[in-house]
Ligand binder design. Structure first.
Ligand code: SF4
Length: 348
């Protein structure tokens, strides 16, 4: 590792598309706005000494801290090694430039199909619905993504919807971001109404961390939208550790199931968070107890600023083998890595 200049500035994420004044806004939007954004406040809430935490103002300036208070409440007070805290705290290790770690590790730029549309795999198009997220995960593979230029919502979805409509080989649209559920529900409904006019679409997939980090987002309006969609929906949540679940998350996931969606989980293998077979087994079992099937365990995407989270491939394979030896097959996620130019996620 070699020390480096500060990380390039992350474009300011787009604001959540609020439809009401702050006082009458849905509860989830008020909770969203009330997120913790100051690393020192976060550490203070957990009774931790900021001087010992290795926090980095430079890393936080490039990719700000953001974490909902409900997620903070699931962290262990007084534990700097807490697996949820590690996922969100900006630390000085992020300032290092490590050979092999780049700004666009997964080739999003080369796979651009239209404004806000990325296509890497046959039949599937990913729509960058927004640049906003309720939580900022320090290991995020899109932490350097140019959201200001590449967000499908910008022109009322016109360019993105036209690109998908023009290609009859696309039968699945993936709403991603950022986090697509950071958009207000009427905005999502506007988008899916436009997509519903495309006859060759057969499935919708939604990638969202919100049911886990801000479960209040799963409200009656969202459930009504989901249950009225004209396609089968795969809803892929993102949890990396069993401690991310609590009763409010369970309730949100049960409500999503009630709306008829198929729930899957994707996790990222992260050093200091879940790089132990006990942690991975607990995660799979906790997912299943909440009605979610483990889907992918991603090997870290090698994005600048995240190298301290990397688990070597050999260790990743050994962990996965130990997991498979311990759990029923349906509880074992596929261990994969994304390689730019591949026709799908590559099994490790
Ligand atoms: S929720 Fe997903 S897109 Fe948003 S910061 Fe976390 S990993 Fe990145």
């Amino acid at each position: 590792m070699i020390p480096a200049a500060p990380l390039p500035l992350q474009p300011e994420p787009l604001p959540a598309a609020a439809t009401a004044s702050p006082a009458s806004a849905p509860r989830w939007q008020r909770l969203w706005r009330d997120a913790v954004r100051d690393p020192r406040e976060l550490l203070g809430l957990l009774g931790l000494d900021a001087a010992a935490a290795g926090i980095s103002d430079a890393a936080a300036a490039g990719f700000p801290l953001r974490v909902p208070r409900g997620f903070v409440a699931r962290m262990r007070p007084g534990d700097l090694a807490d697996p949820l805290l590690r996922q969100v705290l900006p630390v000085d290790l992020e300032e290092r430039i490590v050979p092999g770690f780049s700004l666009d590790a997964v080739g999003d730029g080369a796979a651009r199909k239209a404004e806000g549309v990325i296509q890497k795999y046959r039949g599937r198009a990913l729509l960058v619905a927004t640049g906003s997220c309720a939580v900022h995960c320090r290991y995020c593979f899109r932490r350097h993504f140019p959201y200001a230029e590449e967000t499908a919502a910008r022109d009322g979805w016109a360019a993105a919807v036209a690109a998908i409509a023009e290609d009859p080989s696309i039968d699945e649209v993936i709403l991603s971001g950022g986090d697509p559920l950071s958009l207000a529900t009427p905005k999502l409904a506007e988008l899916t109404a436009r997509l519903a006019a495309i006859p060759h679409l057969r499935r919708l997939r939604i990638h969202s961390r919100l049911p886990v980090v801000l479960p209040e987002r799963v409200d009656a309006e969202l459930l009504h939208w989901l249950s009225a969609l004209p396609w089968p929906v795969a809803f892929v949540i993102h949890a990396n550790h069993a401690n991310e679940f609590d009763a409010s998350v369970d309730a949100a996931l049960a409500a999503l199931r009630g709306a008829g969606v198929q729930l899957l989980n994707q996790a990222v293998l992260l050093r200091g968070v879940n790089d132990h077979v006990d942690a991975l087994a607990d995660l799979s079992q906790r997912c299943f107890a909440a009605g979610v099937l483990p889907y992918y365990l991603h090997q870290l995407d090698r994005v600048q600023g995240v190298a301290h989270f990397e688990v070597p491939d050999e260790q990743a394979r050994a962990l996965h083998a130990a997991l498979a030896a311990r759990l029923s097959g349906y509880l074992v996620p596929k261990l994969v890595r994304e390689i730019p130019g591949d026709t799908g996620k590559r099994p490790l």
